[in-house]
Design a protein around this ligand. Structure first.
Ligand code: ZN
Length: 244
């Protein structure tokens, strides 16, 4: 069955009514975590809605603050990997949290190795650190990953997609020219859609409800019929989340 895809959403932050609305619209929701507690919430939501929710576990780079706490959470998250569908939201951030960069690298390396050893896809945050995150993936041999809300250079986008890694276009593309350009330059077989909801971007309240409009926008940008685009995106997420 073909449904719309939100490849990066902080699902547990929405209220019960909103979550039920997303589920009843038959969307596939990849729920990302920010820490151990939200990792648990994601697994619970996935178990409740197994058809519609994929559960990521992880430690967001913004929550990497202090070494002892980060190491403790890594160990707890490691214990959840057997049940998880993916590892995220993980990565590096030089744009908003540059002061903890060294510790972020240490934590990301550990999470990368966990994902690779369990053959789980990564849901990546790489604001201001696109090339550093890409280099670490290549170094550690990670072959399954989504670069969430990619806004890095087009030359690096080519390197990323040559490795068969996925790019998710954020719903903010409606007001962000950079994202439109990324959508135009991403090969169809590696393209995904996402909201990053419930984050607010320049007054736009991001939510899975914006995905239909995003698909319409991308279908115009890439001159692909909407139904065909929906099918392709669904095929992409299915391929990425195939267990083997
Ligand atoms: Zn996010």
């Amino acid at each position: 069955m073909t449904s719309l895809v939100d490849a990066h959403v902080h699902l547990y932050e929405f209220n019960r009514k909103e979550i039920e609305d997303f589920i009843s619209s038959n969307m596939l929701l990849v729920a990302v975590a920010e820490d151990y507690d939200s990792s648990i919430r994601n697994l619970e939501l996935r178990d409740e809605f197994p058809e519609n929710v994929r559960a990521c576990v992880g430690l967001h780079p913004w929550n990497v603050k202090q070494e002892a706490d980060a190491l403790r959470q890594l160990e707890q998250i490691n214990g959840l990997l057997k049940e998880a569908d993916c590892v995220g939201e993980v990565g590096l951030d030089l744009k908003f949290t540059p002061t903890t960069f060294n510790l972020q690298k240490q934590v990301f390396q550990a999470l990368l190795d966990m994902a690779v050893s369990h053959s789980l896809p990564l849901n990546l945050h790489a604001a201001g650190a696109w090339s550093q995150v890409f280099e670490m993936l290549v170094q550690r041999g990670a072959k399954k990953a989504i670069f969430h809300w990619y806004t890095g250079p087009i030359s690096l986008l080519q390197e990323i997609t040559e490795k068969g890694l996925y790019i998710s276009i954020n719903a903010s593309a409606s007001i962000q020219e950079k994202s439109k350009n990324i959508a135009r330059n991403t090969p169809l077989h590696l393209l995904l859609t996402e909201s990053d909801g419930p984050y607010s971007y320049r007054g736009l309240n991001l939510s899975p409800l914006l995905i239909p409009g995003l698909v319409k926008l991308i279908s115009n940008l890439k001159r692909i019929e909407e139904g065909k685009l929906t099918q392709e995106i669904h095929k992409n997420i299915t391929t990425l989340f195939q267990k083997h």
